[in-house]
Design a protein around this ligand. Structure first.
Ligand code: AMP
Ligand code: MG
Length: 493
């Protein structure tokens, strides 16, 4: 394991032409202090966790001091924001220090989010607040714990520097790790500018670094751009199926927040659905629900259409259309498989959709907690004379539940194994613990008011094993208390 000075930087993005990024002199953040660090993420870059206790650690992860080998830059991109194209965005408050190559040979981008003004900051301050940094830190690790592709979070560094949002808050820097921070919008910016050679250069870079299998023989290489669009399409479809299955709402699915690797990315006003409602809107800045929970799969496709347009100088239109036509089948196939698994069905098919849909409708009518109801479904007793009262009593319409339970029981006859084996399978896909807004809020308030960061660490640990019972932690699985109704999450971060 390495000391900070020994981290093995190998910066490939910085080697791309200057038109892809802007090199930086960063703005210092006064008197930074470590808020939380994540040992699991440290392993990804071979960082010795003893290093987190160094007095100068926080200086390095605000950018105040430069790690040897780092080449700080901000990435250029554009994006469709709430349906409207914005010709230039770029990292307005993020600095890519470079990529670190670990002993397994993987390259990890190390990015400081909230590290100050960049050439892309427009009129904003280049900062991130402690509140949103804690939310992203916890959620990216929660998603990883759930087995969902995501950027990772190494640490949060805080400062007493004031930042002005709806209220005065304090600044923080989140260090984010990802195999790549290239977005759909990274391609769109060059399409808009008519710089077609840059589109090809970026596609070649992404293929070489992340998808070498798409061009590893001369036949494939001729078709590599189409294969690349196909890879991104398939990954995005699978990611959407995973978000829907776990009840995750991203909140701001603009094309600049869509990872080219199909990672969950750029956490803002996200939310895990609690009381089941397909129209759930987690972002108070999205009153019309463009990014409501049930819109996400189709927004994924809409965003891919923007990417396909940006790649149109490289891929014939008909071929791009054919690739995009592959989105819906992949999405539905994965969604049915994942939802079926939540009911303990080892190989769910289209025939099981009605069973799944009816349960969701009953959950909606009874306003049941999505996560907790599925978790408790593991206790369903499939014996003919079982009444399943603990489940049944949660539904307002008991007769509807009884009819549904009869159909479920019949379906389970076709599953192998005992009830207890099924429970084991179900508990491995139905999490007990998710990052509920109120849990994050408690951690944020302790941090903001008392500089007490212990709750952040507790949640980080809890959410790294969301499928485990974790005796003693049961209260963290409770649906939200009354006061939590007032929590409002907006784009401001
Ligand atoms: P987001 O909504 O966080 O995905 O950000 C959208 C765009 O606004 C990106 O280009 C960000 O870099 C930029 N941005 C967001 N907040 C700030 C800020 N406080 N200072 C500078 N740029 C920002
Ligand atoms: Mg963003």
């Amino acid at each position: 394991m390495h000391k900070l000075e020994q981290l093995n930087f190998e910066n490939t993005f910085a080697r791309l032409p200057d038109s892809f990024h802007s090199r930086l002199n960063h703005t210092p953040l006064p008197a930074p202090y470590l808020v939380s660090f994540n040992a699991n993420a440290a392993r990804l870059i071979d960082l010795d966790i003893e290093e987190f206790s160094r007095a100068d650690f926080a200086e390095h992860f605000t950018g105040n001091r430069l790690l040897p080998g780092a080449e700080p830059l901000s990435m250029l991109y554009a994006g469709h924001q709430f349906g409207h194209f914005v010709p230039q965005l770029g990292d307005g408050r993020a600095i890519l220090l470079g990529e670190i190559k670990n002993r397994a040979g993987e390259l990890w981008d190390v990015q400081l989010k909230g590290a100050g003004i960049t050439p892309y900051s427009r009129s904003a301050d280049g900062r991130a607040v402690l509140r949103s940094s804690i939310r992203e830190y916890l959620c990216s690790e929660a998603m990883h714990g759930l087995g969902i592709p995501t950027s990772r979070a190494l640490c949060i560094v805080g400062s007493d520097e004031e930042v002005y949002r709806e209220a005065i808050e304090t600044a923080a820097v989140l260090t984010r790790l990802a195999p790549s921070h290239v977005r759909f919008g990274s391609f769109e910016v060059f399409f808009y500018r008519g710089q077609h050679e840059q589109i090809a250069a970026l596609a070649d870079y992404v293929i070489a670094r992340h998808f070498p299998h798409l061009a590893d023989d001369p036949e494939k290489a001729k078709d590599k751009y189409r294969l690349f669009l196909d890879e991104v399409t398939q990954r995005t479809a699978k990611l959407m199926a995973q978000w829907q299955a776990v009840g995750f709402s991203h909140g701001v699915m603009n094309t600049d927040n869509m990872s080219i690797l199909g990672l969950t990315f750029d956490y803002g006003p996200f939310g895990f659905m609690e009381s089941y409602d397909p129209g759930y809107i987690c972002n108070h800045s999205d009153p019309r629900g463009r990014y409501a929970f049930d819109q996400q799969p189709q927004v994924g496709l809409w965003n891919l259409t923007c990417l396909a347009q940006a790649l149109s100088p490289l891929i014939p239109i008909a071929a791009a259309h054919a690739v995009l036509d592959g989105y819906a089948p992949t999405y539905y196939q994965h969604h049915v498989k994942l939802m079926g698994a939540k009911l303990g069905l080892s190989s769910a098919t289209q025939d099981d959709i009605q069973l799944i849909v009816s349960l969701l409708e009953m959950m909606h009518a009874s306003q049941l907690d999505y996560t907790n109801l599925f978790r408790s479904m593991g206790n369903f007793n499939s014996a003919a004379d079982a009444t399943n009262d603990l489940l049944r009593d949660q539904f307002i319409d008991r007769a509807a539940f009884d009819a549904w339970a009869e159909a479920y029981r019949a379906r389970l006859q076709r599953e192998p194994g005992t009830d207890s084996e099924r429970k084991t399978r179900m508990d491995a896909v139905n999490p007990k613990y998710i990052l509920r807004n109120y849990l994050a809020q408690i951690a944020i308030e302790k941090a903001e008011k008392h500089r007490d960061f212990s709750e952040i660490d507790r949640l980080l640990n809890l959410l790294s094993k969301p499928f485990d019972e974790q005796p003693g932690m049961e209260s963290y699985a409770a649906s939200p208390p009354e006061w939590a109704r007032q929590i409002s999450v907006s784009c401001s971060s």
